[in-house]
Design a protein around this ligand. Structure first.
Ligand SMILES: [Zn+2]
Length: 150
């Protein structure tokens, strides 16, 4: 078997998504409201963040994976995790007003400056909001943080 350039690029893309999926676990949680309810673990939340960013689709009506993933997760559990990710600001549940199609949008990854974002985005210090943080500029996709860094 020969490893092709495309194989290497697929592996690199997978590793990048894996790193992105865990950026919300770096934040130091100071408020009870920031903690996931229902005993949701960092690993479970990272799996769902990975799936969203990898382009997997969820059907919110009946809550099932439209694309088969090699992970055992009951629909009710998946629904609980998505609900918590939305509640803590890590995902946005966007509903297209014309088609009523719902899309889960991941929060931006901010530049980590001493456990907070470089841009100090609105909501960061409020209520249940959690922050996706990285000190790797290749992962940061917040324009304000990137502007701060340049
Ligand atoms: Zn930012």
């Amino acid at each position: 078997m020969t490893i092709t350039q495309a194989d290497m690029e697929a592996v690199a893309a997978h590793l990048l998504l894996t790193e992105r999926a865990t950026t919300h676990c770096r934040q130091k949680l100071t408020r009870v409201a920031q903690q996931f309810q229902h005993r949701i673990t960092d690993e479970e939340s990272a799996k769902v963040m990975f799936a969203v960013e990898a382009g997997y689709e969820f059907n919110h009506g009946r809550v099932y994976w439209r694309c088969a993933m090699r992970m055992a997760m009951a629909p009710a559990r998946l629904h609980a995790i998505i609900t918590e990710l939305v509640r803590t600001g890590l995902l946005r549940d966007y509903r297209d007003p014309r088609t009523s199609v719902r899309t889960l949008l991941p929060a931006h990854i901010h530049l980590d400056v001493h456990g907070g974002s470089a841009c100090r985005f609105v909501g960061e210090d409020l209520g249940p909001m959690r922050t996706r943080l990285s000190d790797d500029l290749a992962l940061v996709d917040c324009r304000d943080c990137l502007a701060e860094a340049s």
